[in-house]
Design a protein. Structure first.
Length: 230
């Protein structure tokens, strides 16, 4: 099997695709709004308000289902943004429809559309940035690599940490590999077991691979030595 991590990374690609689709949708909304500024069209305000209000209720209710998980999974976040974007568009239509109904100002419709497009763009830009970072194996948001290094340095007998890599296998799973300099082999299995448990509980890292190295870094300069060693 050539894909030793399975299809986990496909969820990152899906999040990236969702971000691109949202940006394309924003472009479509903005383009149509600009066209309506130049060529105003009559709006059937009453019908538009009723239909849009139904859209708000459906999309807002769906968005609530994704709210709890949006911080831990980028795909849930992208689905949440899709629903919020749709609800926002519907809300804008209601506002524009009411405004036109009261004032007769047809320009309110494209103006509100541009405001909605700007709000969606702000939310989508963060999703695009995060999904690109994960696709390039950056450390996932919410994990401080320096804190992880300090934790590993605090393991019994560990004198240095190097080749530390933390990356996302999927939008919900994080992996870590590191070389730990531990001259004495005592309690190796217990240390690895405890480290694996702590890395999951403290940092949400679900797949940990640690490699021991036996040389003593205190004999020379070591840029990755733990505090108090070397």
């Amino acid at each position: 099997m050539r894909r030793t991590y399975g299809w986990r990374s496909s969820s990152i690609l899906a999040a990236l695709l969702n971000a691109v689709i949202l940006l394309v949708a924003v472009g479509g909304i903005a383009t149509e709004a600009i066209r309506r500024f130049q060529e105003p069209e009559p709006v059937s305000s009453g019908t538009v308000i009723v239909v849009a209000a139904i859209g708000i209720a459906i999309n807002a209710a769906t968005a609530l289902l994704f709210m709890a998980g949006r911080r831990r999974d980028l795909n849930i976040r992208s689905a949440f943004l899709h629903m919020i974007a749709d609800a926002g568009v519907s809300a804008g239509v209601v506002v524009a429809g009411l405004g036109i109904l009261v004032t007769g100002w047809a320009w309110l419709d494209p103006f509100v559309s541009l405001m909605i497009a700007a709000v969606i763009l702000l939310g989508t830009w963060g999703l695009l940035r995060d999904s690109v970072n994960l696709a390039l194996h950056a450390v996932p948001e919410g994990i401080d690599p320096e804190r992880v290094r300090r934790y590993l340095c605090g393991l019994p007998g560990v004198m240095a940490v190097h080749d530390l890599h933390i990356w996302a296998m999927s939008t919900a799973e994080t992996a870590l590999t590191a070389h730990l300099v531990k001259p004495e082999p005592a309690n190796d299995d217990a240390v690895i077991s405890q480290a694996t448990k702590d890395l999951y509980e403290r940092f949400g890292i679900v797949h940990t691979t640690l490699q021991w190295e036996r040389q003593n870094p205190s004999s020379g300069l070591c840029a990755t030595c733990c505090d108090g060693h070397g």
